[in-house]
Design a protein around this ligand. Structure first.
Ligand code: TRP
Length: 337
């Protein structure tokens, strides 16, 4: 029996931060290294054009995300790493699935509602159809497991609905995928601990590529409180609690252990040591990424290798879909006499 397929991806929309690392990449690497799955990690560039974008930057961002995957530990030998727009079957299957997806289901999607509110001058059909393209991504590879954050759970539930609908309407050829939910630490902005860490507020955001001095500076300026006690209390001390969570992410020390370690320390000492923990924690990633970006043609070769493998699977599945739906001639296998 071949191993079950595990599939996930990210949009190329700019620099990754430590929230993306703890929320996705770190977990993907562990799943890959468990050896229990056939892993596909892709870059969802077609999803990313549903929001405003700069054509001059788009492919660069795609290459950057691939480099981030690899620097974080995704291996082109162990996993298939590829770019969505290079496999035309993603769009092709999305169209077919559009024709069995109820309009009413899509209209309920909370991410669509949120995004139409935040980009009200650009509510395009792609934004509305985003979850169907996502279903196509997943179903094209006979995926069993999809590691996602809780913001994508509703989309995955829709993918399951579409798979079931296809199976009952035509023939049971769609694998119903299950989400793999990971516990993701809620990382907040260093400059406003009541808001999520986000690249739209760069002062409070720790990017995976930040140089040591930038990290030290951002941590030094992090908003805390006037109590000067390193104690975990998310409601009364959201800033300090956030710093403790970051510390925990990089060291795996428990909250209690961190509190004990800094029981007699003021915020200055705690922040200085936290900054070094982050600098050291990101160093292996940064070293690997620099080496990778320096080797000319290396990332292109990795992307091309992934494209070939993904294309093989996608072609097979799309042929099966067309045959099942009566879009192509039946290839009836004759039994030998
Ligand atoms: N929508 C996902 C996100 O923004 C990215 C994505 C697109 C994805 N297609 C996918 C994730 C398929 C998992 C599986 O995070």
């Amino acid at each position: 029996m071949s191993k079950p397929v595990l599939f996930s991806g990210m949009q190329p929309t700019g620099k990754l931060h430590i929230g993306n690392y703890f929320g996705a990449l770190k977990n993907w690497v562990e799943l890959q290294n468990s050896g229990r799955y056939q892993c596909y990690f892709f870059v969802a560039d077609l999803h990313s054009i549903t929001a405003e974008f700069d054509p001059a930057q788009k492919y660069k961002q795609t290459v950057e995300v691939v480099a981030d995957y690899i620097a974080a530990g995704i291996s082109p030998e162990k996993s298939v790493i590829f770019v969505q727009s290079q496999i035309p079957e993603h769009s092709e299957l999305a169209w077919v699935l559009n024709c069995i997806t109820p309009f009413g289901e899509l209209r309920r999607m909370t991410q669509f509602k949120d995004k139409s509110a935040s980009q009200s001058e650009n509510i395009n059909i792609g934004l509305f159809d985003y979850p169907v393209l996502m279903a196509a991504d997943v179903l094209l590879y006979d995926t069993s497991f999809v590691p996602v954050g809780d913001d994508q759970l509703q989309h995955l539930e829709l993918t399951r609905t579409i798979a079931r609908k296809f199976n009952s309407q035509f023939k049971k050829i769609m694998q119903e995928p299950e989400p793999l939910l990971t516990e993701v630490p809620r990382l907040m902005s260093l400059s406003d601990p009541l808001r999520k860490m986000s690249k739209s507020m760069p002062e409070g955001c720790l990017f995976l590529d930040d140089a040591p001095d930038i990290i030290r500076d951002k941590v030094k300026r992090a908003v805390t409180d006037s109590e000067a006690k390193v104690v975990y209390n998310p409601t009364k001390k959201p800033g300090v609690a956030n710093l403790i969570r970051i510390y925990r992410g990089f060291t795996n020390l428990s909250v209690k252990e961190i509190e004990r370690k800094y029981a007699d320390a003021n915020y200055g000492v705690f922040k200085r040591e936290l900054a070094e923990v982050i600098v050291e924690g990101l160093r292996p990633f940064q070293v690997r990424k620099k080496l990778l970006m320096k080797k000319s043609g290396e990332i292109d070769r990795i992307i091309e290798k992934g494209r070939k493998k993904a294309q093989k699977k996608a072609t097979e599945k799309m042929n099966q879909v067309k045959e099942t739906m009566g879009l192509s001639k039946k290839v009836t296998k004759k039994l030998p006499k």
